[in-house]
Design a protein around this ligand. Structure first.
Ligand code: GTP
Ligand code: MG
Length: 373
C-alpha cells in the first residue's frame, strides 16, 4: 500500500478521474491523475462527495512541540534569507545549476573547501551581497514526504527545464508540488548553449500548464541561461531575491531555535550527525534539543563549508552532532534547553513513530481510507 493518488481515489468512490481533476482545476490547481493527495485534500474530497472521512488525528508529534513554540511580535521579526529548492526533470541540469550557483560564491582560496555532504548550502548573490539558502535537490518523493509531515521548508521553487527537451513528466510533477505548496515558481530555461535550444517551445508548453512567462503577460519570471556555461546565473540570483522581497520573509532570531531535519546519518566516530535547517530563532552550541524521536545536547555545529561555528540564525543550514539517535528527514526540531522535557518528548515521539510504523498509518494509505469510507 502506498499513498493515495487522484486516480485511486476516483476509482475508490466510483467517479471518473476527470471529475476529480476538474474539481481541483476549478480551484486553480492543475493536477494529473498521478498526483498524490494529502490528508487535507482527501478530507475535502470526501466531504464534497458525501463520504464520512475522519481525519486521522496523528499529529501528536507536532502538537507536543507546538505547545512550546513562542508567538512572535511583529517587532521581533527580521528579514531572513529565502530558502530555495531546485526541481525539474531528470538530466535537465539541476545538479549542474546547483554547483554553478555554489561556485559563484566561492573565492579562489576556498575552492576546495566546500563540503557537499550537508544537503543544503548558502550562496551570496554577487550584486546585492544577500544570502540565499539552497536545499540540495531532494527527490520529489522526499519533497512530498516532507510536506505531508508538515515540514514545509521551501519559500521558492526553481523549475529547471532544458531548452532542447521541453516539459517532461517530472517538470509537471514539480509544477504540481509548487501549486500545492502555494510556493512561487521561477523558471530557469537551461542548456541555452545547445544548438537545438528552443526556449519558445518551453514557454508555450509551460503556458499550457498555467505557467505563463512575464514576457507573455503572465506573472512567472523566466530566466534563460546555461548552467554549464555560467550564463544567466546572476540574473537568477537577483530574481530569487526580488521574489523573496515580495514574499516578505521574516523570522525572529531571538528565541530558542526550531526548524527541520534535512538529512541524517550515523557516523562511526562522531555518532548521529544531522543536517538541519534553522527556520526560527538562533541555535547555539550546548543547546538541548528534540528532533523527532531523538534528543541531545549539541556538541558541534558546522556550517555549509564544514567550518565549526558556535551559533546559527534563521535560514541557516548546519550540521550538528550530539543527538542520541539518528532522526529522520522532515523531522521537526526544537531547542528546549531542558534535559528532562527534551527526553520525555523525544521518547513520546519515538513511541508514536514506532506505533505508526507498525500500523502503517504514517501517511494516509489506500487501506486506511478503505476502512473509513
Ligand atoms: P538528475 O539528478 O539525474 O535528475 O539530473 P540533473 O537534472 O541533476 O542534471 P545534471 O546536472 O546531472 O545534468 C545532466 C547533463 O546535462 C550533464 O551531462 C550536464 O553536463 C548537462 N548539462 C547541464 N546543464 C547544461 C547546460 O547548461 N548546457 C549543456 N550543454 N549541458 C548541460
Ligand atoms: Mg542531479
Amino acid at each position: 500500500t502506498g499513498p493515495l493518488t487522484i486516480a485511486e481515489f476516483a476509482n475508490k468512490i466510483n467517479k471518473p478521474v476527470t471529475e476529480i481533476v476538474k474539481y481541483f482545476f476549478k480551484k486553480g490547481m492543475m493536477l494529473n491523475q498521478n498526483f498524490i493527495l494529502n490528508e487535507d485534500q482527501i478530507g475535502e474530497l470526501a466531504l464534497e462527495y458525501g463520504y464520512d472521512f475522519k481525519k486521522e488525528n496523528s499529529v501528536t508529534k507536532e502538537n507536543l512541540l507546538e505547545t512550546f513554540e513562542v508567538e512572535d511580535t511583529p517587532e521581533s521579526l527580521v528579514e531572513r534569507a529565502p530558502i530555495v529548492t531546485i526541481m525539474g526533470h531528470v538530466d535537465h541540469g539541476k545538479t549542474t545549476l546547483l554547483d554553478a550557483l555554489r561556485h559563484t560564491n566561492v573565492t579562489k582560496g576556498e575552492a576546495g573547501g566546500i563540503t557537499q555532504a550537508i544537503g543544503a548550502y548558502q550562496a551570496i548573490a554577487p550584486r546585492s551581497k544577500k544570502k540565499i539558502t539552497f536545499i540540495d535537490t531532494p527527490g520529489h518523493e522526499a519533497f512530498t514526504e516532507m510536506r505531508s509531515r508538515g515540514a514545509n521548508a521551501t519559500d521558492i521553487i526553481i523549475l529547471v527545464v532544458a531548452a532542447d527537451d521541453g516539459v517532461m513528466p517530472q517538470t509537471e510533477e514539480a509544477i504540481d508540488h509548487a501549486k500545492n505548496a502555494g510556493v512561487p515558481i521561477i523558471v530557469f530555461i537551461n542548456k541555452m548553449d545547445k544548438p537545438d535550444a528552443n526556449p519558445d517551445r518551453v514557454k508555450s508548453e509551460l503556458m499550457e500548464r498555467g505557467i505563463v512567462t512575464e514576457e507573455w503577460g503572465g506573472d512567472i519570471p523566466f530566466i534563460e541561461g546555461s548552467a554549464r556555461e555560467n550564463i544567466g546565473l546572476d540574473d537568477l540570483l537577483d530574481t530569487i531575491l526580488l521574489v523573496a522581497e515580495v514574499e516578505d520573509l521574516k523570522a525572529n532570531p531571538n528565541k530558542f531555535a526550531s526548524g527541520v531535519v534535512i538529512e541524517a546519518h550515523l557516523d562511526k566516530a562522531r555518532g548521529p550527525v544531522a543536517s538541519i535547517l534553522v527556520q526560527q530563532g538562533t541555535l547555539r552550541l550546548r543547546d538541548i534539543l528534540v528532533a523527532g524521536g531523538t534528543h541531545g545536547t549539541i556538541r558541534d555545529i558546522r556550517d555549509d563549508k564544514n567550518k565549526a561555528i558556535t551559533q546559527a540564525g534563521p535560514s541557516t543550514p548546519v550540521q550538528i552532532v550530539g543527538l542520541n539517535e539518528v532522526p529522520q528527514p522532515g523531522d521537526k526540531f526544537l531547542v528546549l534547553n531542558d534535559e528532562k522535557i527534551a527526553r520525555d518528548i523525544a521518547e513520546a515521539q519515538a513511541q508514536k513513530i514506532a506505533r505508526d510504523a507498525m500500523q502503517g498509518s504514517k501517511i494516509v494509505t489506500l487501506d486506511s481510507i478503505k476502512s473509513q469510507i
